[in-house]
Design a protein around this ligand. Structure first.
Ligand code: ASP
Length: 466
């Protein structure tokens, strides 16, 4: 059994949805179809999820959400017309969107007893996937492929209470297996959202339909999780930075996890764990070119001798809090106390490179707004009696990722040599014991050039015989 997830560009208009039907009909193992909300039809277009966010924020701000609602209805109207679907499908979607908007309007911002703003925002965001799934199920059935829409709430797709960034609760797997196990028709399941234990609609972070597909694959013990998007494969580097980069035919879960962490957008960072736990292979494929083999994400792979590095990525938006204290290395419990201060702010740390008399805690800037950062620095100074605490903003992390690095001598030397030749100052170097990645902290303005110079070193030099 295969779970096939289709991203927003695969559902952007009627001709794309027709391709989805063709792909699903071609292989009867594709029993579960997970859909995103319709994406952009062209560069100037807007994703349905973004339209929903505009509509919701207008409502929250006390402005008229009608223009946003009209734009949304127009997207669904043209899909329904292009697919030759019944008017009733449109009416159902119209009623659904108006109902969601009204659930806020009746109460007003901050009003007692009604939806809080963040809850309302998630309820609105979820409408993109939810209505798309209803539409796709109706279309499949109309074309002779019996399909059922499944409501994630009814199927027990339970998520933690973090609105806009929820995580799967353990009982969800059991619930889904019980709810979906006996269904004979093709299942069309909306991605991106579930509900809290108290029944409120709640979403993952953006791009979270990948996570839905992965959870379903794990819950139903799928043999394969296919993730259909609009590229033939995962590239070894962002094609926006390097022209015509090498494709990656296969990569391991660990490699994908590291690359997604630092900016590879093709597969959501949180979508690896569910399939990883069950050892289910993932294949990234192109809806517009389904014959292309795509990229496989596997528990392990055969390593090639000549290429220690599989991919290179970079992400900015990090901040490093640097702590110096003489004789830190012999002070028992120092690291724990530093992390406790970070923990008290309810944020997780990303990395923690250290020397004998200094330690840095790297955080996401989005997780540590100025007042949080100030509190952390003050407590470090007051409670841990440290000599100096400095804060480095605008930090980018560049990741060199590859299982092959473990068995290759000299990767770090080659990488730092390449960065030196590009005149890029390396502020931090970090390599975990697993040696699947090598991380460089550089100034945000140098990140793109760093990626290009590393790509040149590890991917172009060898192929040119240099
Ligand atoms: N529609 C949502 C987004 O645009 C989720 C997804 O597509 O996976 O982020």
């Amino acid at each position: 059994m295969v779970v096939a997830k289709f991203g927003g560009s695969s559902l952007a208009d009627a001709s794309q949805v027709q391709k989805v039907l063709r792909i699903v009909s071609e292989d009867r193992d594709r029993k579960v179809v997970v859909v995103s909300a319709p994406g952009k039809r062209d560069k100037a277009d807007q994703k349905v999820t973004d339209l929903l966010i505009h509509c919701a924020t207008a409502q929250i701000a006390g402005q008229d959400p009608t223009p946003g609602l009209m734009a949304l209805l127009e997207r669904y109207r043209s899909l329904i017309a292009g697919l030759g679907l019944d008017k009733a499908v449109y009416e159902q979607i119209e009623a659904d969107l108006s109902g969601r908007l009204a659930s806020y309007g009746a109460v007003g911002a901050g009003g007692g007893g009604g939806l809080r703003n963040i809850e309302f925002l998630d309820l609105m965001k979820a409408a993109g996937e939810d209505n798309c799934a209803k539409l796709v199920a109706a279309y499949f059935t109309s074309q002779g492929l019996p399909a059922v829409y499944i409501d994630p709430r009814a199927a027990g797709f339970l998520l933690s209470d973090n609105f806009g960034d929820a995580h799967v609760l353990p009982e969800t797997y059991r619930n889904l297996a019980a709810a979906l196990g006996g269904i004979k028709e093709t299942i069309v399941f909306p991605g991106f959202f579930g509900c809290t234990r108290s029944g409120k609609v709640i979403t993952f972070s953006r791009g979270g339909s990948d996570v839905t597909g992965s959870v379903l694959a794990a819950a139903l013990d799928a043999g394969l999780y296919e993730n259909f998007t609009d590229v033939d494969h995962v590239f070894s580097v962002d094609p926006g930075l390097v022209s015509d980069p090498l494709p990656i035919p296969e990569l391991t879960y660990r490699e994908m996890r590291e690359l997604s962490y630092a900016g590879f957008k093709v597969y959501h960072e949180d979508a690896l764990v569910p399939v990883f736990n069950k050892g289910i292979p993932v294949r990234i494929k192109n809806t517009n070119n389904p014959a292309a083999p795509g990229t496989a994400i596997l528990p392990s792979r055969v390593l090639s001798d000549d290429r220690p590095v599989t991919g290179i990525s970079a992400a900015d938006g990090f901040v490093s809090i640097n702590i110096s204290k003489l004789l830190m290395n012999i002070e028992i419990g120092f690291g724990r106390k530093v992390l406790e201060i970070v923990e008290d702010e309810k944020i997780s740390f990303e990395h923690m490179p250290s020397g004998i008399d200094n330690i840095s805690v790297i955080l996401k800037e989005s997780a540590a707004p100025p007042e949080v950062e100030r509190r952390i620095v003050e407590r470090l100074k007051n409670e841990l009696d440290v000599g100096e605490v400095t804060v480095r903003h605008d930090l980018a992390l560049v990741m060199l990722v590859g299982e092959g690095m473990l068995n290759t001598v000299g990767t770090t030397a080659r990488a730092s040599g390449a960065l030196a030749r590009a005149k890029i100052n390396i502020e931090i170097i970090n390599q975990g014991a697993s040696e699947v990645s090598l991380m460089f902290g550089v100034d945000k303005k140098d990140a793109s050039e760093a990626v290009r110079s590393l790509y040149h070193e590890f991917f172009e030099q060898r192929t040119q015989g240099a």
